[in-house]
Design a protein around this ligand. Structure first.
Ligand code: COA
Length: 574
């Protein structure tokens, strides 16, 4: 079928719907839609058999839905309506949620139902929930709705004919800041839930050190206490703030936007506060907090017999110079341990999205900070590439992009949760890229496929990535099961009789490759191209980065998503 996706942004869910339906042989095209988009003309031009809207904030005009069936993906259970569904699910502490695929009609979220799917609501931030459990449910519902439409015989069910018991939701208003407001004398559980319902956007508006800020992210802390609302400590860029019965770690802050000013963006909290931060103890993050009182750490290491697990989780998957250096220190520690398999990642949500564009944008000299960040990233990737005394597995429970994909490719094996979407390219940020990608990417998929992946700049599902050799294993499981499934697979790998000979073979291969062309030569070549981009303010990277961090809407559908570009892509690659 010819399927047109319409969306407010080519966000993670839209990318996944696009890639999953494309994998099933549908002819896909994408249009990004804003308030002023002449949607009727756009749809006439595409002449699709079906329209799917995975993430649309604007209404579909009657002229469009009366001419072509349009399926709206609503991230809420049957009967739920309104633009803040996922925020409400987290805010109210719902245990289960769902996704409904409805047919567009005159009233927002009120159309006939083509399919729905349910999902659990774990204790995570809203965006993490959206990218994982909700995205999984959305894919299940979309695939079933598309198959029903294709059958030509299915009749969608009007909402008012469903039994009341099936209608779990109701109409809820947009969630405003007065609902999100935090009373710091409330218990940690309440405060954390409010922070999570607003994470990663829009954050919770609050007063901090006498000024207004949006607080982004929140993790419970059981040991530290103090008068409610006071700042107690810092850790790796985050601040710790007392609640009624404990405290929370807040990793990022964003200043409010002034009238007529450009959009503001999140930064690690201590960086955002700068000189305004009073003297506070910097408490080191425990690498292995174990099962004791809850605390927060963005890098964790633990062992189970011959397997080491180095987990990390950075907001938005963005890795600043500081993140890269701390992860490299932890990686070196992990390599000093007597293990034969090392699992890198293995947690839920983003693996990595490469260098930290927000921290770069905020730096006094963005070119210098870009340079420091890419060098720190390269040092980390080099350490992985040159590990020859154990087997390294990159385990991706969530998506990865740009240098974050290349970090994974440095490992001996790449395992992905089957729901993962990869963006193995840099072009959309105007970058040539580094992270030794010119060594690892063609080494895995061959030079022609590497060129197509980097030039087409399209997302790839885990299944498609496995078909072309970009990843080695897909793990078909729910987000909450990925860590345990990975651990079981790693234990089996560590006990396999062939492991030592595989480690010896990879060491020999690395030595041959080094003799052929040293890793340093790949790095020098990539960094020369990156240096030229970073230090030339006229290069598109600088404007693209500014627009990305300030979330400026693109003027229209980017050319690489046009029907022509996507049509040309149908030959073989995902
Ligand atoms: N630096 C800083 N922030 C980043 C980031 C980066 N490299 N990559 C992602 N983020 C942030 C986004 O701004 C967003 O913030 P928000 O939650 O406050 O809105 C969050 O992470 C999630 O990203 P989003 O774009 O909403 O997720 P997505 O799944 O729809 O798209 C990407 C993911 C990776 C395709 C997209 O974020 C992207 O293109 N990132 C830039 C990748 C890149 O060019 N890296 C630098 C080169 S190594």
């Amino acid at each position: 079928m010819r399927i047109l996706l319409i969306a407010g942004a080519f966000n993670s869910l839209t990318q996944r719907v696009h890639a999953e339906l494309g994998d099933r042989g549908h002819h896909m095209s994408v249009e990004l839609v804003g308030r002023d988009t002449p949607l009727a003309a756009v749809v006439r031009r595409h002449a699709p058999d079906l329209i799917v809207a995975p993430m649309l904030k604007t209404a579909v005009p009657r002229e469009v839905w009366s001419a072509c069936t349009c399926l709206i993906v609503h991230p809420g259970p049957v009967g739920d309506r309104g633009p803040s569904s996922v925020d409400w699910a987290v805010h109210l502490g719902e245990r289960r949620w769902g996704v409904t695929v409805l047919q567009a009609n005159d009233e927002m979220d009120a159309g006939d139902i083509w399919a729905f799917a349910e999902c659990p609501v774990p204790e995570v931030g809203k965006s993490d929930l959206y990218r994982n459990e909700i995205a999984d449910a959305a894919i299940e519902a979309v695939l079933s709705a598309v198959a029903r439409f294709a059958s030509g015989t299915y009749r969608p069910q009007p909402q008012d004919t469903l039994p009341a018991a099936r209608k779990a939701g109701r109409t809820r208003p947009p969630m405003r800041q007065d609902v999100r407001r935090i009373d710091w004398s409330d218990p940690t559980e309440t405060v954390v839930r409010r922070l999570r319902a607003a994470d990663s956007q829009p954050g919770v508006r609050d007063e901090l050190l006498g000024a207004p800020w949006f607080l982004h992210g929140g993790h419970p802390e059981d040991t530290l206490t103090g008068p409610p609302g006071t700042l107690l400590a810092t850790r790796c860029g985050a601040i710790c703030r007392a609640t009624g019965d404990g405290a929370v770690w807040i990793p990022e802050l964003r200043p409010p936007r002034g009238p007529g000013e450009p959009g503001t963006f999140k930064l690690p909290a201590t960086l955002a506060l700068g000189d305004r931060l009073p003297p506070l103890p910097e408490l080191p993050a425990p690498l292995d907090p174990g099962q004791g009182p809850r605390t927060w750490s963005d890098i964790r290491y633990r062992e189970d017999g011959p397997v080491g697990f180095l987990g990390f989780s950075f907001p938005g998957g963005a890795m600043s110079t500081d993140h890269c250096r701390r992860l490299l220190d932890a990686y070196r520690h992990a390599c000093s341990r007597p293990t034969s398999v090392l699992v890198l990642g293995g947690g839920r949500d983003f693996f990595s999205n490469g260098i930290h564009l927000n921290v770069i944008e905020a730096a006094a000299d963005p070119a210098e900070e870009s340079w420091a960040n890419i060098n720190a990233m390269d040092d980390l990737v080099q350490a992985v590439l040159t590990t020859t005394d154990r087997w390294v597995v990159a385990a991706l429970g969530g998506n990865a992009a740009a240098g974050g994909v290349m970090l994974a490719l440095a490992a001996d094996e790449v395992w992905c949760r089957s729901a993962v979407v990869l963006n193995p390219h840099y072009r959309l940020m105007g970058l040539y890229g580094s992270e030794y990608w010119t060594y690892s990417l063609p080494g895995r998929v061959g030079p022609e496929t590497a060129a197509r992946l980097t030039e087409r700049a399209l997302p790839v599902t885990a299944a498609a990535a496995q078909r072309i050799g970009l990843v080695d294993r897909t793990v078909d499981c729910a987000p909450r099961d990925f860590t345990a499934r990975t651990a079981a697979l790693a234990a089996r790998l560590a006990s396999a009789p062939a492991l030592q000979s595989r480690i010896a073979a990879k060491k020999a291969r690395r030595e041959r490759d080094e003799a052929d062309r040293p890793l340093a030569a790949y790095r020098d070549h990539e960094l020369a191209r990156m240096h030229a981009i970073f230090f030339d303010p006229e290069r598109p990277y600088h404007a693209l980065r500014r627009a990305f961090v300030r979330k400026e809407a693109p003027a229209g559908t980017p050319p690489h998503l046009s029907a022509h570009a996507l049509g040309a892509s149908k030959s073989r690659l995902p």
